[in-house]
Every structure is written in C-alpha cells, then in structure tokens.
Design a protein around this ligand. Structure first.
Ligand SMILES: [Zn+2]
Length: 343
C-alpha cells in the first residue's frame, strides 16, 4: 500500500488529457477531502464519484487502469470558437452540465413558453423595475422556471467563458461565469443568454450546452455566427432597442467627459425611455470606443451590491435546499459561494 497518497494524485492527474491540470481538479474538490482516504478501496470509490460529478465524466472511465476520464454524453455547441481554447471550453461545458443538473434537481416551476418576443419580454420586465436591470432579469427568469446562477468559484487558470446556457430536459439553466462586478455588464450577458433560450437555440439537441466564450460587453470583437447575432439583437431590443441606441448616440455630441459627468449624462438620457443608465454607458463606449472612461462612469451607478452577489442572492432564495444532497450543496457552494444552513 502506498503511503504517499499517490492514488488520489494519479487520478487527479489523469484529467490532463482533457486539458485540466491536477491543481484545477483539486480546486473543485470539497474542502474536507484528504488524499490519504483514497488509499483504501472505499475512499477511492468516493473520490471517483466526487470527481465524476464535479467534472461530469463517466465513473467507469475513472475506474479503468490507468484511469482515462471521458466526458459524459452531452452535446456541446461552442458558439464562439477559439481553436486554441476548445479543450478548455469542453471542460467548461462539462462542468456547466454537471452543475445545471444539480440546480435543475432543486428548482420547481415550469420552464418558460418559447413564444415570447423581445418586445413582450421588455414590457414584462418593466413591470418589475423602471428599467431592464440585472435584478429584474433574474427575477423574471426564476419566476419562469429558468435558473440564473453566477459561478464565482471557477477553477483558477481554467479558461473562463463569459456565460453558458444549458438545457436539462425541458429546463434551460443560465450560468454566468464572467468575473465582473458591474450589474449592467452581467445584465447584458443574461439578456443575451435569455435570447438563446427564448429563440430556441437550445432546442433539438439532447442535453445541449451553449458556451459563450466572449460577449461584447467590453472592447471585444463582434459576432459572425447567426445564433450569436440573433441573441445579441434580442438582448439589444430587450434593453431598449432604438431608444437605447438614440440615447447612446445623444451622448456622443459632448466631449471631455469626466467619469461623473458621463454617468450623469447617461442617467439623464436614460430616464425618459425606461432605459438602464449602465446600458446607455455601454452603448456610448461601443460608439466612442472609450472603455476606460465607461468603466469608471459605471462605478457611479453601483447602487446594488456586486453583480454576482445580486444574482446569487436571488438564486439562493429560489433553490430548494432540502432537495439537495450534502455533496450537492457542497458542490454548489464551491462553485457559487452560496451559503447553505448546516454547512
Ligand atoms: Zn451567445
């Protein structure tokens, strides 16, 4: 019997072929895990099961000698293909799929009807808030059976996509991964993912996972893919469409903004048309190509807590803790930072 805990390390190291390092695998393990446990048969089985769930690989593939992890049968669609990052995106898709299954098991409510136009969605959102805000989007999603969760505990140095949406049976699940505090940016991401969901992009494929590697909430390149353009145009319409474009344009006339004067101008332009001032600033930044100033101005609009906390506070209230196993809670807590009683 080995005494240097090699068995656990060997198993964690076997994920290398999938593009995940042993250190990244370890980041997904519960805190209480001790490598020494894997030196006996029962402990090894426990480790295999924990890893199978967390990385969504087949248990059998971990039980081979030597172990050769294989992702579970989930169809993956990578909407923004980065050839150099595709292995890591496959890992992201697999983690997302495992997490979405877990969340699906702990929520109630029927999934949304697909036949809703962006204009209808906008008017429903404006019944919840004066503008299309992050909170309104999350509230609407949860109340229509679409969970929205922010993954704060993404494994270090594993490629971090912006957002993903996953379909588990009939239920779409939106996972926001981008490490970002600004509500307006994450609101835009969620709106884009809702676009994929409500336009039916997740249909017709079993266990679909859609990975959005990078979305244009920063100085990033624009889309070429048809579904991406459709989801983006959906998001733009929900956020305010032509009024939003006009408001962003109206800000272009003035020069020499300070962060404060830009924030004030955006709030002025936003008020009349039920726009979110943060989206006006983002629109201005795209036109003026001044992301640094936009990011500073956005800080003045932070009237809520950091965006991931806003998302997960709503998620925490909607998730039925009693439907989760101890390990399920542990996994959810590791990835989202959500707190569960008794943990
Ligand atoms: Zn997309």
């Amino acid at each position: 019997m080995a005494t240097d805990n090699k068995s656990a390390r060997r198993l964690m190291g076997s994920f290398k072929e999938l593009g995940v390092t042993a250190a990244q695998v370890r980041k997904l393990m519960p805190e209480w895990w001790d490598d020494e446990a894997a030196e006996d048969e029962g402990g090894m089985l426990e480790l295999q099961m924990l890893l199978a769930r967390r990385l969504n690989v087949s248990l059998e593939s971990l039980q081979q000698a030597p172990p050769k992890p294989v992702f579970r049968d989930a169809v993956r669609r990578f909407k923004t293909v980065h050839p150099e990052g595709s292995t890591q995106l496959a890992v992201a898709a697999s983690i997302a799929n495992g997490l979405a299954q877990l969340i699906d098991s702990a929520v109630r409510g029927a999934p949304p009807p697909l036949a809703i136009t962006p204009a209808q969605l906008r008017s429903e959102l404006l019944e919840l808030a004066p503008a299309v805000t992050l909170e309104a989007l999350c509230q609407w999603s949860w109340s229509h059976g679409v969970p929205v969760v922010h993954i704060q505990g993404w494994p270090t140095s594993l490629r971090r996509p912006d957002a993903m949406c996953v379909r588990i049976g009939e239920r779409p699940v939106i996972l926001v991964v981008r490490n970002e505090k600004t509500p307006a940016k994450l609101a835009y991401l969620i709106c884009h993912e809702l676009g994929h969901v409500l336009l039916g992009h997740l249909r017709n494929i079993g266990n679909a996972v859609l990975v959005d590697d990078t979305l244009p909430v920063d100085n990033q390149r624009s889309f070429h893919d048809e579904d991406e353009m459709a989801a983006d145009s959906f998001a733009m319409t929900v956020m305010g469409g032509d009024s939003l474009r006009a408001a962003a344009n109206s800000l272009l006339g003035k020069k020499n903004y300070t962060d404060l004067s830009l924030a004030v101008a955006a709030m002025d332009a936003a008020r009349a048309h039920h726009l979110d001032a943060g989206q006006v600033i983002l629109g201005w930044a795209r036109l003026a190509d001044d992301w640094q100033m936009a990011n500073m101005a956005l800080r003045f609009l932070m009237t809520t807590g950091p965006a991931p906390e806003v998302i997960n506070a709503l998620a925490r209230r909607a998730i039925d803790e009693d439907a989760l196993s101890t390990d399920g809670k542990d996994h959810l807590m590791t990835l989202t930072g959500m707190d569960f009683a008794g943990q």
